[in-house]
Design a protein around this ligand. Structure first.
Ligand SMILES: [Zn+2]
Length: 167
């Protein structure tokens, strides 16, 4: 966990540094790397949270424990190889029903460094020829709230707490 925090802060500095070199200034990126609070929907294979159990398991199949132990580092969390998929609301975090009823669903609430967000609705020409975006907005809702956000670098996420859903 300590290592994940260090990586997260390191990543924030990288994003801030990159933002400072851009002609067009992004005040939020310069200030804190554009930190947001996001939901990550995943599954749990152990008894964490049951009867007050708070010990993490070491199963590789248990996504919650693996992420809390190691952060978002494995390729498994990069959706379609693009990035780590996060949502602004808990309801949207689960797209597909889980394969078996044996697994329990959980939400990991994360602090994320969104950095420069590539918004699909923004002027395409502005995007063309510019690289170095840190995240991609999937669906953008009313009032340009980013409902779905892909973090391109798994270091951009810091798991904060876990909400275990009732089966
Ligand atoms: Zn577990």
């Amino acid at each position: 966990m300590q290592k994940t925090l260090a990586r997260f802060e390191e990543y924030r500095e990288t994003v801030k540094k990159r933002a400072s070199k851009l002609q067009k200034k992004h005040p939020r990126c310069l200030a804190d790397g554009n930190e947001l609070l996001r939901f990550y929907g995943t599954t749990l294979a152990c008894s964490l949270g049951l009867n007050g159990s708070s010990s993490l398991c070491i199963s590789d199949k248990c996504c919650v424990c693996r992420i809390i132990r190691n952060g978002f580092s494995s390729k498994k969390e990069l959706k379609g190889g693009v990035g780590v998929f996060t949502t602004s609301t808990s309801g949207r975090a689960f797209e597909e029903p889980s394969a078996t009823s044996m697994v329990r669903k959980a939400l990991i609430v994360c602090r994320v460094i969104a950095g420069r967000v590539h918004r699909p609705l923004e002027n395409i020409q502005e995007i063309a020829g510019q690289t170095g975006f840190d995240s991609l907005a999937g669906r953008v809702g009313l009032y340009s709230n980013i409902e779905e956000l892909y973090l391109l670098n798994p270091r951009a996420l810091l798991p904060c707490f876990v909400v275990i859903c009732k089966p």
